[in-house]
Design a protein around this ligand. Structure first.
Ligand code: 572
Ligand code: ZN
Length: 348
């Protein structure tokens, strides 16, 4: 098999393959990228295992991957912001640019957004990938391509913390210590939170959270949300002012409402089931706002500044590394729930 554009293709539910595909040429305003690093996200594994998330169903083969960085290998017509050889972080969702939400700056709400590895659009887990030049962010020399790839989950956390209104002195609860929970912990602290408590059912993830600066950790052992909320309140000495729910697990979403103080805010970041039972009066009668969250808009520049300035260190998130050829092993590792972030090196 000649190695032209080796790619990780989700052929259909349950079936991923390494395939050779043609290398695309960049069109006007686009760049061709020699992919460097791509992290595996929970959604890549979910599409592989279940063939769908919500309304997004895999109906034809799709290349996986949306947490990527690359090196510019060709410029499309009219591109002046980048040059061949530049290393860039790839913001994976390119919106229509013309709808109401795009024009107001909330382009994450664009209905026509082309997002990598969200059906029917291909992702960037391949040797080469073509992308809009203005959704590529040049990395300074001292920021690695691994860090560039991690700007994607970091941007999720920047948006979530903004949605929650985290500011200097905020007392924050983060539910779930997976990759998104951990970057949210780092971002909340960088935004000035004085206390960050983080929960999980897994002790090793809490150990990691502690190492990354969590003020408190709570190991969740009960499915009763009021019992867990009490445990959190006792640990923090107070209820949380702002809660960022990153697990998507039903009991944890219920806990997030009980564990937030009156007048506070819960941001729903984790992927929940379509319909769940929630303690609505505990939210409504205490004016606890429940806020939605979809990816990010205009957060890559902030995420990059956080890393480039040394305000956050995201490198410890990477626990496994595989070359592109070993992507099947990489996906199996993620499926087994090992480590935190599995990174795939795409360059030969
Ligand atoms: O890194 C962005 C990201 N967003 C996720 C999941 C994983 N990674 N979301 C959850 C699923 N939704 S979706 O709208 N969808 C599959 C397009 O249900 C997007 C946000
Ligand atoms: Zn993701």
């Amino acid at each position: 098999m000649s190695d032209q554009n080796l790619s990780v293709l989700l052929y259909k539910k349950g079936e991923i393959q390494m395939v050779e595909r043609p290398i695309q040429e960049p069109g006007p305003g686009e760049v061709q990228l020699c992919m460097q690093q791509v992290g595996i996200c929970g959604s890549d594994v979910h599409f592989w295992q279940h063939g769908e998330i919500g309304d997004f169903v895999v109906k034809k083969p799709m290349v996986l991957g949306h947490e990527g960085s690359g090196m510019v290998s060709k410029l499309g017509e009219g591109v002046t912001s980048l040059k061949v050889g530049d290393r860039v972080a790839i913001e994976p969702g390119v919106p229509c640019r013309t709808c109401k939400h795009c024009k107001s700056g909330r382009y994450n709400l664009c209905k026509d957004c082309v997002f990598c590895a969200t059906p029917p659009h291909d992702g960037n887990l391949s040797r080469y990938f073509v992308h809009a030049a203005d959704f590529c962010f040049k990395l300074p020399d001292h920021v690695s391509c691994e860090e560039g790839a991690l700007l994607e989950p970091l941007s999720v956390s920047v948006h979530a913390c903004n949605r929650g209104g985290i500011k200097l002195g905020s007392k924050v609860l983060v539910c779930g210590a997976g990759p998104i929970g951990l970057v949210t912990l780092l971002t909340a602290k960088a935004m000035g939170a004085s206390v960050v408590c983080i929960t999980d059912i897994d002790e090793s993830r809490l150990t990691m959270a502690k190492k990354m600066g969590a003020t408190y950790t709570v190991k969740v052992t009960s499915r009763d949300p009021q019992v867990v909320a009490k445990q959190i309140e006792e640990t923090m000495g107070d209820l949380a002012e702002i809660t960022i729910e990153c697990s998507g697990a039903t009991p944890s979403v219920q806990t997030s409402i009980y564990a937030t103080e009156e007048g506070g805010c819960v941001v729903l970041v984790g992927c929940c089931p379509k319909f769940i039972e929630l303690p609505v009066t505990a939210a409504s009668l205490r004016e606890v706002d429940i806020r939605g969250n979809l990816r990010y808009a205009n957060c890559y520049p902030t995420a990059l500044e956080m890393v480039a300035s040394g305000k956050v260190n995201i490198k410890p998130l990477i626990t496994h590394r595989f070359p592109l050829e070993d992507s099947m092993k990489a996906f199996q590792t993620t499926l087994r729930g090992e480590g935190i972030k599995v990174m795939i090196e795409c360059a030969r």
